[in-house]
Design a protein around this ligand. Structure first.
Ligand code: PDD
Length: 286
């Protein structure tokens, strides 16, 4: 029997189907809000401190007052995880500027809308080789904010899907930024490279774990600009995200990436990542 999904909305825990937000919520009207996506394995939120740190940075960047302290956020997230069973979960948090008469300017008074839900995190989505297409990055210069206004990302992903590809890999002024919903790594001549953090990309939590693990295990890794030519000539390309972990891209615009199969360094890194997760949850590899 499947359990109903329990969410949190403005102080209440309730079944997802019963959660309602007024149409004048600025999240609905303007996309005026921010979000987080936190994976939880066997009841434990993964890299919670880091996700909450990014959440606070996003709130500050859009001038929404912190509705809760770090320990209150932690309690709320742990409660949602407990209420939704022991399976792996993707915890989605959304904070908007709240309900107000429609006006672009910030309202004098509004209470942020706070919503948290849990979705199952199926293992089967992970580690499957995928295809990607290279597209121009048309987004703004604040891609480090995890904003809910994701129309460019949605359109880019749609464009990729129309071309038969799984993900759009984005190029701005000749340099790699990230994927429509992922960070990107390349491997060339045994060296791993990923673009440096900054306003052009989301500082991915998975990205940071991967960089950390590569350094710890003496696999050469550089956070440096990647040109489109380097991307197209790479031996391996990986996508990282909290829900997909580390995906190998084996086809780029219809051409094989390297051998056209999962790369050796990807294979090593995935083992390191799984081991790291297992140590974190204290459970066997899934
Ligand atoms: N997105 N870049 C973008 C634009 C993203 O949307 C995401 C993840 C990432 C990877 O970040 P992290 O490793 O912290 O998940 C990079 C989430 C999963 C989403 O929107 O569903």
């Amino acid at each position: 029997m499947t359990q109903p999904s329990i969410c949190y909305l403005n102080g209440d825990y309730l079944p997802l189907e019963e959660a309602k937000v007024p149409v004048l919520d600025r999240g609905f009207i303007f996309g005026d809000g921010i979000y987080e996506m936190i994976p939880a394995f066997s009841g434990h939120a993964f890299r919670l401190k880091e996700h909450l740190h990014r959440l606070i940075n996003s709130l500050d960047a859009v001038h929404i007052k912190h509705p809760y302290s770090i320990s209150e956020w932690t309690d709320l997230i742990n409660t949602i995880i407990q209420k939704n069973g022991t399976g792996h979960q993707a915890i989605y948090l959304q904070i908007t500027r709240g309900v107000a008469h429609r006006d672009h300017a910030f309202p004098d008074q509004s209470k942020p809308t706070i919503f948290i839900m849990s979705n199952p995190l199926p293992e089967t989505q992970k580690a499957k080789p995928v295809s990607a297409t290279v597209l121009e990055d048309p987004r703004w210069n604040n891609c480090d904010i995890k904003a809910i206004s994701l129309l460019p990302n949605v359109l880019l992903r749609h464009q990729a899907r129309e071309k038969g590809a799984y993900e759009a890999i984005l190029i701005r002024d000749g340099f790699l930024t990230e994927g429509a919903a992922s960070n990107v790594f390349i491997v060339s001549d045994g060296k791993v490279k990923t673009p440096p953090k900054g306003p052009k990309l989301l500082p991915g939590i998975t990205r940071d774990v991967v960089v950390e693990l590569l350094h710890k295990n003496n696999i050469p890794c550089e956070e440096a600009e990647v040109t489109e030519t380097e991307l197209r000539n790479a031996d391996e390309i990986w996508l990282t995200s909290s829900t997909k972990e580390i995906l190998p891209v084996t086809q780029l615009d219809g051409e094989p990436v390297g051998s056209g199969k999962e790369g050796l360094i990807w294979k090593r890194t995935v083992v390191l990542y799984q081991t790291f997760k297992d140590e974190f949850t204290g459970t066997e590899a899934a």
